[in-house]
Design a protein around this ligand. Structure first.
Ligand code: SF4
Length: 65
Protein backbone atom coordinates (compact mmCIF):
# COMPACT_ATOMS: atom_id res chain seq x y z
CA UNK A 1 0.00 0.00 0.00
CA UNK A 2 1.48 3.38 -0.94
CA UNK A 3 1.57 6.09 1.66
CA UNK A 4 -0.37 9.33 1.57
CA UNK A 5 1.24 12.57 0.56
CA UNK A 6 -0.76 15.62 1.73
CA UNK A 7 0.47 18.94 0.35
CA UNK A 8 -0.10 21.54 3.05
CA UNK A 9 1.15 24.27 0.71
CA UNK A 10 -1.74 23.51 -1.64
CA UNK A 11 -4.40 22.75 1.00
CA UNK A 12 -6.96 25.52 1.47
CA UNK A 13 -8.58 23.96 4.54
CA UNK A 14 -11.86 23.13 2.86
CA UNK A 15 -12.31 20.11 5.15
CA UNK A 16 -13.83 17.85 2.53
CA UNK A 17 -11.22 15.21 3.20
CA UNK A 18 -11.94 15.15 6.93
CA UNK A 19 -15.65 14.71 6.26
CA UNK A 20 -15.11 12.06 3.61
CA UNK A 21 -12.41 10.00 5.35
CA UNK A 22 -12.42 11.11 9.00
CA UNK A 23 -10.30 8.22 10.18
CA UNK A 24 -7.52 9.22 7.80
CA UNK A 25 -7.55 13.02 7.65
CA UNK A 26 -7.74 15.74 10.26
CA UNK A 27 -7.29 19.49 10.27
CA UNK A 28 -4.45 20.93 12.33
CA UNK A 29 -4.54 24.03 14.49
CA UNK A 30 -3.54 25.98 11.39
CA UNK A 31 -6.67 24.73 9.62
CA UNK A 32 -4.71 22.66 7.14
CA UNK A 33 -4.82 18.95 6.47
CA UNK A 34 -3.01 16.49 8.73
CA UNK A 35 -2.86 12.73 8.57
CA UNK A 36 -4.43 10.76 11.42
CA UNK A 37 -2.47 7.75 10.28
CA UNK A 38 0.32 6.96 7.87
CA UNK A 39 -0.89 3.37 7.63
CA UNK A 40 -4.27 3.56 5.88
CA UNK A 41 -6.44 0.56 6.65
CA UNK A 42 -7.57 -1.35 3.57
CA UNK A 43 -11.19 -0.67 4.56
CA UNK A 44 -10.52 3.08 4.44
CA UNK A 45 -8.97 3.10 0.96
CA UNK A 46 -12.27 3.77 -0.91
CA UNK A 47 -13.08 6.79 1.30
CA UNK A 48 -9.48 7.96 0.98
CA UNK A 49 -9.65 7.70 -2.79
CA UNK A 50 -12.92 9.66 -2.75
CA UNK A 51 -11.36 12.38 -0.60
CA UNK A 52 -8.40 12.63 -2.96
CA UNK A 53 -10.76 12.98 -5.91
CA UNK A 54 -12.93 15.62 -4.21
CA UNK A 55 -10.20 17.85 -2.77
CA UNK A 56 -10.72 21.21 -4.50
CA UNK A 57 -7.05 22.09 -4.15
CA UNK A 58 -5.74 18.76 -5.48
CA UNK A 59 -3.63 18.66 -2.34
CA UNK A 60 -3.91 14.92 -1.73
CA UNK A 61 -2.23 12.04 -3.48
CA UNK A 62 -0.82 8.62 -2.87
CA UNK A 63 2.97 8.65 -2.70
CA UNK A 64 4.44 5.83 -4.73
CA UNK A 65 8.08 6.67 -4.18
S1 SF4 B 1 -10.10 18.60 1.05
FE1 SF4 B 1 -8.11 19.31 0.26
S2 SF4 B 1 -8.13 21.51 0.58
FE2 SF4 B 1 -9.73 20.61 1.88
S3 SF4 B 1 -8.72 20.25 3.88
FE3 SF4 B 1 -8.56 18.38 2.68
S4 SF4 B 1 -6.57 18.54 1.66
FE4 SF4 B 1 -7.11 20.58 2.33
Amino acid sequence: MPSLNPDTNACIGAGICTNTAPTVFDLGADGLVRLRTTDVDTNDVPDTDAAIAMCPAQALSWSRS
